[in-house]
Write a protein that binds this ligand. Structure first.
Ligand SMILES: Nc1ncnc2c1ncn2[C@@H]1O[C@H](COP(=O)(O)OP(=O)(O)OP(=O)(O)O)[C@@H](O)[C@H]1O
Length: 605
């Protein structure tokens, strides 16, 4: 595998042994993403920069005005000239007020910029994760997807909301203070420069240590999310196997790890913060002492000394936040790396470049020399050819792992064959317009998933924009109408709210109604293995008959009654179709199906 391939998309997430070239490529990918996010914001960014420069200059003017007031205003006042002190006072108020107003404008402006960048990024991540093929989602866990949408976006939000503002403001503030101090009093300026050495040593020490600690904190918090999501998505298994206690223990351990890594960060601050205060105070004391001697010697005016002390004091104010910037930058950069990896993924099932329209599909399916393997490389379906005429009902049977779902997933184009052609009405599925493909082929999965919302909304998924009449007719056709009208709010009942809870069989009927409304030329049905009670089974069976009429149907059959209504049975073993015939013929024979049929019959007795 080439170096580029191994880090492309999310490939680099599990690795931390990048070569220099690979790290560079990953950084460039993040920068490209950042560039594309910032580009539309350029005018507002420029405005923000102008506002922050002016507001910082206004804030820094204060001590210089005080110096002027004391050194020029006071002597003039003693000589009954109110003008200089009045000017100094007015300018102080003016710069103070305008500085405050501008900084408030800057805060709102940058918040707006960061909000629109985040909105853009959030939408991109959502659209991309939806667009990516099933293959991606089968290996990229939901915990990781949730982290991308939550903690990673949070890290970027933190950087945009406060980190960058504080860095720009802090840098400008320190730069302007330095300039002001040097223009007022060189000696104090040089004392301040001398303090930069211990300051740099302390900050560097903090950065090196905290980088490691913050990374540990991030890892610990990611572990917490993954454990939480995993437990909650598998809550049924948790309850069934009573693993609550061991989960609690494991989660408790992770919480402890998180607490410990946070405590270490806090201990680090316990050294860094007082260190900053100490360096700041010592520098102020030196400026004051040296200045005092120079005031006595008449080398420097008292107002200038006061301004120098104030500047020196304020110089250290943004230090802590600036040192923190590095950490928020680190977390945001790590987050951006992962997000850019997800955005960089290309769907393995790509949309056709020049799609072929298929207005009215007949539902004829052809596998021509098709072979398939998942990305593990093991051949799951060895090369085969199969013709399914339009309108035929096929029952797919075979032992677990035989490849039935895989065959169904190929017809739904959740995956593309690794070799050969799979065609609908003679057109390669890879070339059919995605919109037409979704209309022509519908797969009803075993789980019969219902989304939050009303029963009517859930049925309407089959045909967006369907009228209430059409929805009711679809429900009636599959025999779901009776139980739906019996629900507390009929078709408006929320399926995820108390009272709206529906049984497994009812869920299946709703998903049948959904498929009936969609009216596809090809219907693929992964029949639920969960045994329904006899009346439910009969209801579902009747619904199935209506649903299958006038279309091609491929049913992964687990029930004998379903096989009986099929025109043709395909028996699969180890990815191969080992028997192919009408149910009657196969039962009469001596093959795999007749044995299966016999054992089914026995289980019914
Ligand atoms: N996403 C995947 N990645 C890799 N291998 C897979 C994947 N899904 C299925 N397989 C493998 O492909 C083979 C066929 O699986 P498939 O789900 O098609 O079987 P099946 O006949 O539908 O089984 P069942 O009746 O248990 O659902 C199995 O060996 C399985 O391990």
């Amino acid at each position: 595998m080439s170096a580029t391939a191994s880090i492309s998309g999310v490939g680099g997430e599990e690795r931390n042994d990048f070569t220099k070239v690979e790290s560079q490529q990953i950084r460039q990918r993040s920068l490209r993403l950042l560039g594309s996010l910032l580009r539309p914001e350029r005018p507002r960014l420029l405005l923000g920069l102008i506002v922050v420069v002016v507001s910082t200059a206004a804030q820094v003017a204060g001590p210089a005005l005080i110096a002027y007031g004391i050194d020029s205003g006071l002597p003039a006042l003693l000589a009954n000239d109110w003008m200089p002190i009045g000017l100094a006072g007015a300018a102080y108020i003016l710069t103070g007020v305008s500085g405050a107003l501008l900084i408030s404008w800057f805060t709102v402006l940058t918040a707006r910029i960061s909000q629109s960048i985040l909105l853009d990024l959030r939408k991109r991540v959502f659209a991309q994760t939806q667009r990516l093929s099933l293959e991606f989602h089968e290996s990229y866990t939901s915990g990781r997807i949730i982290s991308r949408q939550t903690s990673d976006l949070d890290a970027i939000r933190e950087l945009l909301d406060s980190g960058i503002n504080q860095l720009v403001q802090g840098l400008l503030y320190m730069l302007f203070i330095g300039v002001a101090l040097f223009s007022l009093d060189w000696t104090s300026g040089i004392i301040l420069v001398c303090s930069l050495l211990p300051l740099a040593i302390l900050t560097r020490w903090f950065q090196v240590r905290s980088q490691k600690m913050f990374r540990l904190t991030r890892v610990a918090s990611a572990k917490l999310i993954v454990k939480f999501v995993e437990t909650m998505t598998g809550i049924r298994a948790v309850k069934a196997f009573r693993t609550e206690k061991s989960n609690e223990r494991e989660f408790g351990g992770l919480v402890e790890e998180y607490r410990e890594s946070n405590a270490r960060v806090i201990r680090l601050f316990g050294i860094f913060d007082p260190g900053l205060v100490l360096i700041g105070n010592v520098t102020v004391a030196v400026v004051l002492l040296v200045g005092a001697f120079r005031v006595i010697d008449g080398q420097v005016a008292i107002g200038v000394l006061l301004a120098a002390v104030l500047y020196t004091r304020r110089f250290f104010d943004p230090m802590e936040e600036m040192a923190m910037f590095y950490n928020s930058y680190q977390s945001a950069a790590a987050a951006l790396e992962k997000i850019s990896g997800v955005l960089d993924e290309t769907p393995s099932v790509a949309d056709p470049v020049s799609p072929v329209d298929l207005w009215e599909s007949k539902g004829e399916i052809d596998f021509v020399g098709v072979e398939f393997s998942y990305d593990t490389g093991r051949v799951v379906l060895p090369r085969f050819t199969l013709h399914i005429p339009a309108g035929q009902t096929i029952a797919l049977v075979g032992s677990t792992g035989a490849g039935k779902s895989t065959l169904a997933k190929l017809i739904s184009r959740f995956y593309d064959p690794t070799a050969g052609i799979l065609a609908l009405d003679g057109i390669d599925l890879r070339e059919v317009h995605p919109k037409d493909l979704r209309r022509a082929i519908v797969m009803v999965t075993q789980e019969a998933y219902l989304f939050s919302g009303s029963v009517a909304e859930n049925i309407a998924i089959g045909k967006p924009g369907a009228s209430r009449d059409e929805i009711v007719r679809a429900a009636e056709a599959v025999g779901a109408d009776t139980f739906i009208t019996g629900l507390p709010n009929g078709y408006e009942t929320d399926v995820n709210k108390r009272g709206g809870r529906v049984s497994a069989g009812q869920r299946q009927l709703i998903s049948f109604a959904r498929a009936f409304l969609a009216d596809p030329a090809v219907l693929i049905l992964d029949e639920a293995t969960a045994s329904l009670d006899i009346p439910s089974e009969r209801l579902v069976q009747d619904a199935l008959q209506t649903l299958l009429a006038d279309r091609t149907a491929i049913i992964i059959a687990h029930r004998l009654s379903t096989v009986a209504i099929a025109d043709r049975v395909l028996v699969m073993e180890h990815g191969r179709i080992v028997e192919d015939g009408t149910p009657a013929d196969l039962i009469a024979g001596t093959g795999r199906f007749s044995q299966l049929h016999a054992s089914w019959r026995e289980s019914l007795v």
